[in-house]
Write a new protein. Structure first.
Lengths: 86, 604
């Protein structure tokens, strides 16, 4: 397998992982919205309500930065990262 | 004070700008103390901020294609994040979102999840790859990846349908705010709004829009957060509302149980002015089915990843790496406002509902409420209404009606904040609507001037001529949008949501598969865009004209149907026709690695 194919395979793996986390917090948990709302979440808000106000939104922000860092590591590993500017 | 390169001095420039704006707010509040009228304060806020944007727009003028289309590809990640956040958060987000949460509760929160979750798709599936491609516009990517004028043209059609649906709502919002703040009739105010919008983008194209959007973000975020924190402190709900409103949320649930949601008779509701609504849904309880919530969130997420005015912001970063990070910053800056909207809705609802608070009106006598100053003001602005349906002389929960915009516009006044805050909120709403309108008009004009005029009609045109065409189109599209906005056909929020559905119907899969599926070819992409858009639009027309719909797909989520048709037709047609040639396959391989030259040259 060429260097480029290996790089793409790893990138794709990262994509699937990112999309899996995304799926859980954008779709998965809301299948159980009514049940989850019975639980008290962070800062004392009902849990589902908290996810829609802050939780899912904040997780998406962190997820994107995490994804960007991981992808950069993969690019560096195969020598495909850009130099200099940021 | 400022030496050297503008880009290196950005933190300093915008730091001074922010300080200047805060000083302006303080001067205005001193003015208010000294007896400035509320009308004068409103005019000062809107005129001062718009003048600043116009100056930035003028200073950013350019005669280079690279600067006009992609701001010279040198916008640093954090600043591009701010610009994207302003580009993204429209007048609807600013003025109507807290109101939507206030009235509809959980069912509406799907929009918050959708409009943020979509950025994960942008970051992981598209933005870095399109940046590597080096395109000027989204149809530029489609046209080069799939080849042929037809695919390029179809992409321009989808882009125009989606963005134009969106932009009329934004021009409408600038007109509404300008007409209130400057006290002129709406029909003229729309054109005042339009001219302000064009001042930002005409001379500098993407460069002008970028630096005005950063300035607009700073205004809109201050204008949104300051009242939320102030109100929260004033009514004693906590100094950091986001972490401290749990008691208020449960108090609202308690009051809801105490008052009950009494259903009004149709006859009584006839009295209520159009556009106003009462509190009929629980604030924090789950009041929608899982599918209703998820389908709306999903449609908004896929629509986010297909809207060209957002995507093209990531063409302006210096590198692929920067494009990825920049998506994260964009969402962070959006998060600051979105996470505050539910807090504002909570504070607004509690201050009106709770009889133990001095601002509470439910349970008071009707005559007492009718005598309150702010009630009279907002009643005459057609944003508030009460009526004693049961004739007991006391205001019940089901007898109080309010417009969605009033949550943002009226809450500061209800909570007893000085008028200077209302002026600030008007400036913030104006900034939000202008920045989005600018991004949208530029997206349409650039696609038509670059992809239709330059790439299809006259590939030999010189840069100067291309930029003249681009600017003429900008004005023409702006005026077309303003003319339609002046007709006041649909509400702000409805047309915004349709824009997402149109974009995802036609563009989501052709964009994503262009990067992630090498086998996707021209025939498949054209079929995907055409059938996706047509079937989505047909579904919308069918449901609007009384059709029952299926699978719970409503007129707000018709993009789910459109994009499904798009995916199936794209895959089937691609597999039935021949694979893309070796050069195209190699191009896709190139796009997948960040290093090396971009596919399209610097000047193309």
């Amino acid at each position: 397998m060429s260097k480029q194919e290996q790089h793409w395979e790893k990138s794709r793996g990262l994509l699937f992982m990112t999309l899996a986390i995304w799926f859980v917090f954008s779709i998965g948990i809301f299948l159980f919205g009514a049940e989850m709302n019975e639980v008290t979440g962070p800062f004392g808000y009902p849990l589902t309500y908290w996810f829609t106000c802050q939780g899912s939104l904040g997780i998406f922000v962190i997820l994107i930065f995490w994804f960007a860092n991981r992808q950069e590591k993969i690019d560096e590993e195969f020598g495909f990262s850009e130099r200099g500017d940021d | 004070m400022i030496k050297g390169n503008f880009i290196d001095n950005l933190p300093k420039v915008y730091g001074i700008y922010t300080g200047g704006f805060l000083a302006f707010i303080i001067i205005m509040s001193i003015g208010e103390q000294m007896g400035m009228t509320s009308k004068a304060i409103g005019i000062c806020f809107v005129a001062f901020t718009v003048a600043i944007y116009a100056i930035i727009g003028y200073l950013s003028r350019t005669a280079q294609a690279d600067a006009y289309y992609v701001a010279g590809r040198q916008v640093p990640t954090v600043f591009n994040g701010m610009a994207t956040a302003a580009d993204w958060m429209s007048g609807a987000s600013f003025v109507a979102m807290a109101g939507g949460i206030y009235f509809k509760g959980y069912g509406y929160m799907a929009l918050l999840v959708g409009w943020t979750g979509g950025y994960v798709l942008v970051a992981s599936l598209l933005a870095p790859y399109l940046r590597k491609f080096g395109c000027y516009t989204v149809p530029d990517f489609i046209g080069t990846r799939y080849g042929g004028n037809l695919s390029r043209f179809m992409a321009v059609v989808v882009l125009t349908v989606a963005s134009f649906t969106y932009v009329t709502a934004q021009i409408n919002a600038t007109g509404t705010i300008a007409s209130v703040a400057l006290d002129i009739p709406f029909q003229y105010a729309v054109y005042v709004g339009l001219i302000s919008i064009l001042l930002c983008s005409m001379l500098g194209g993407m460069r002008g829009v970028t630096w005005t959007q950063v300035a607009q973000y700073i205004v809109l975020i201050i204008a949104y957060l300051l009242p939320v924190f102030w109100i929260s402190n004033k009514i004693g709900a906590g100094f950091f509302p986001h972490f401290m409103l749990a008691d208020e949320v449960s108090r609202i649930a308690e009051l809801e149980a105490q008052f009950g949601f009494v259903k009004n008779s149709a006859e009584n509701l006839k009295e209520v002015p159009k556009g106003l609504a009462g509190i009929t849904k629980a604030h924090s309880a789950v009041n929608a089915t899982p599918w209703a919530f998820i389908s709306l969130a999903l449609a908004m997420m896929m629509g986010t990843a297909s809207l060209p005015h957002v995507m093209m912001r990531y063409f302006t970063t210096p590198s692929v790496k920067a494009a990825r990070k920049s998506v994260g910053w964009s969402l962070f800056f959006i998060f600051l406002l979105y996470s505050s909207a539910p807090m504002l809705a909570t504070l607004s609802k509690l201050s009106l509902m709770d009889p133990t608070l001095s601002t509470g009106i439910i349970g008071k006598s009707i005559t007492e409420v009718q005598a309150i100053d702010w009630y009279q003001n907002w009643n005459s602005a057609n944003l508030m209404f009460i009526s004693d349906f049961n004739g007991n002389g006391t205001l019940e929960l089901n007898e109080f009606f309010m417009g969605g915009k009033a949550v943002v516009l009226a809450t500061p006044e209800i909570a007893g904040l000085p008028y200077v805050i209302s002026g600030l909120v008007a400036a913030g709403g104006m900034a939000a609507a202008m920045s989005t309108a600018d991004g949208l008009i530029l997206a349409i004009a650039n696609a038509i001037s670059h992809d239709v005029y330059y790439k299809i009609i006259d590939p030999k045109a010189e840069t100067a001529k291309r930029l003249v065409v681009a600017r003429v189109l900008l004005v023409v599209i702006g005026f077309a949008g303003a003319t339609i906005a002046a007709l006041e056909i649909q509400g702000i929020l409805g047309s915004v949501i349709w824009a997402f559905d149109f974009a995802m119907s036609g563009l989501f899969f052709p964009l994503v598969l262009g990067v992630w599926w090498k086998r996707a070819n021209k025939e498949g992409a054209v079929a995907g865009m055409f059938l996706g858009l047509v079937s989505g639009a047909a579904y919308l027309v069918w449901v609007r004209s009384g059709g029952s719909g299926f699978l719970g797909i409503t007129q707000l989520t018709f993009g789910i149907f459109g994009s499904a048709v798009s995916l199936v037709s794209m895959v089937v047609v691609s597999l039935m026709t021949s694979a893309p040639n070796a050069a195209t396959q190699k191009m896709v391989d190139e796009v997948r690695i960040p290093s090396g030259k971009s596919i399209l040259g610097k000047q193309h």
